[in-house]
Design a protein around this ligand. Structure first.
Ligand code: DC
Length: 230
């Protein structure tokens, strides 16, 4: 059997990971796996259960009932199913972002969600985005990218995205939520947000989407062309 190809894209929110990963998936025929959506589904479950997202004991007690599945619709878009319900839109609400970030700091949660992510990379050629894909989930991925951008630019992008989805917020709110999440995600003890040693860091602050994609695609093409590396 041919070895599966994995592309890991990590970085803070608003750096352009999901948009670029979707473009990569289309260009190279890989499956896109948005791992943030998995943490968001669990965050939503904890929110609905009325449990504090930082309470390891209470959250751990909920895990056996949290039935989270990843599916793909006819257009190939990832959908998140929580206990049989499609929650793909509900998980985008700002309140759920906060819960997702908080539950993701709990070691029991990270262990619980690890197999689901790894099994996707065993089944398919994937481009997977998140915070710890290159460092923990797929440490052997042959192509690792760490996407970043200045916080103000990331907040602007996120604010625009929320407005386009009709979600009510202000730039200041988005900016402060984002800084809080960056801090949370980077300072947690287990699997913090940081570039893998063998990742290529791409700063998209001064790049538009097309320019960012050209950089990412060139990198992947170069690595795929050099089969010995894969
Ligand atoms: O990428 P996102 O904003 O949808 O992710 C939501 C939260 O999930 C984020 O604040 C941190 C967490 N997360 C994580 O800890 N590890 C991942 N691989 C992906 C997301």
């Amino acid at each position: 059997m041919n070895k599966r190809i994995s592309v890991a894209i990590d970085g803070p929110s608003g750096a352009g990971k999901s948009t670029l990963a979707k473009m990569v998936a289309k260009e190279f025929g890989f499956k896109y796996v948005d791992t943030g959506a998995i943490y968001r589904a669990l965050g939503l479950y904890v929110l609905r259960a009325g449990v504090s997202p930082g309470d390891q004991e209470e959250v751990s007690a909920l895990l056996p009932q949290a039935d989270i599945k990843i599916t793909y619709n006819e257009e190939g878009a990832q959908r998140m199913i929580l206990c049989g319900e499609d929650v793909s839109d509900a998980i985008r609400l700002p309140e759920v972002s906060k819960y997702a970030s908080d539950v993701s700091a709990l070691p029991a949660v990270r262990v619980f969600l690890l197999d689901m992510q790894r099994s996707m990379a065993e089944k398919y050629d994937v481009v997977m985005d998140g915070r710890d894909i290159g460092t923990v989930v797929l440490p052997d991925a042959p192509i690792k990218i760490f996407l970043t951008a200045a916080p103000q630019v990331r907040a602007e992008r996120r604010y625009k995205e929320l407005r386009e989805k009709g979600i009510d917020s202000t730039y200041d709110q988005v900016y402060s939520d984002m800084l809080r999440r960056d801090k949370n995600d980077s300072e947690r003890v287990l699997a913090p947000l940081r570039p893998a040693e063998d990742s290529v860091i791409i700063d998209t602050t001064d790049l538009n989407l097309e320019q960012s994609f050209i950089k990412v695609a060139e990198l992947i093409r170069g690595r795929l062309g050099n089969e010995d590396d894969i």
